[in-house]
Design a protein around this ligand. Structure first.
Ligand SMILES: C[S@@+](CC[C@H](N)C(=O)[O-])C[C@H]1O[C@@H](n2cnc3c(N)ncnc32)[C@H](O)[C@@H]1O
Length: 206
């Protein structure tokens, strides 16, 4: 019985998630992930007309699409991914591996001396299926993103980052708390329940 109800739940979960896939096609978003950012933004008002932000791990581009729409012409979106990304109006994109110093330097020169209002990071490594390795790789990307946020956010800027709960999560949370006045967790409806992914929102960089 227990197994059956578990699989029914899984079925329902996937079915509900299909809804987001269809909706994304209808709304012209490149990925269902768009609705995660839209939902978080609805609550937390991170992106407004004029917001200048960086989108780390941006491909295929649904977060950048949402960000560019909300930030408008007075805002700016700087995006980076290891994979190529089709152009989006209002988004400056660099393709490269965020772990490489050269890529970071290139991205930093794109920003010039502008400080950012917001950094959003949805980066996730290619999953090998080996949970410990995947978790470690993901956390490493989160730490690099946090370093970047610390260096490029304005005082009182915000940082939204996807993390996978597991080894090292508590330490990462402590680092976030040291860098931001408040740190909250967000699990948007479009995020699959079975996934251990969660978003951390650091508000007001110290
Ligand atoms: C979940 S997807 C992001 C989806 C995106 N937010 C959207 O809405 O379209 C995660 C992205 O992280 C990128 N990524 C993984 N490792 C990376 C790295 N080392 N440097 C840059 N991007 C990386 C992947 O290529 C992938 O496109």
């Amino acid at each position: 019985m227990a197994a059956r109800s578990k699989s029914s739940k899984a079925w329902l979960n996937e079915h509900v998630n299909d809804h987001y896939v269809h909706q994304a096609q209808k709304d012209g978003y490149r990925a269902r992930a768009a609705y995660k950012l839209l939902e978080i933004n609805e609550k937390d008002r991170l992106i407004q007309p004029g917001t200048v932000l960086a989108d780390l791990g941006s491909a295929p581009g649904s977060w950048s699409q949402v960000a560019a729409e909300l930030a408008g012409e007075k805002g700016a979106v700087f995006a980076l991914d290891i994979l190529p990304m089709e152009p989006i109006a209002g988004v400056s994109f660099i393709q490269g591996d965020f772990r490489e110093d050269e890529v970071l330097a290139q991205f930093e020169s794109l920003l010039g001396d502008r400080l950012l209002d917001l950094v959003i990071c949805d980066m996730a490594p290619n999953m090998s299926g080996h949970a410990v390795t995947d978790q470690a790789k993901s956390l490493y990307l989160c730490k690099l993103a946090l370093d970047f946020a610390r260096n490029h956010l304005k005082t009182n800027g915000h940082f939204l980052v996807k993390v996978f709960q597991g080894a090292g999560y508590t330490e990462f949370l402590a680092e976030m708390r040291a860098a931001f006045s408040s740190v909250q967790t967000r699990k948007p409806g479009a995020s699959r329940n079975r996934s251990s992914e969660i978003y951390l929102l650091g508000r007001n960089k110290r």
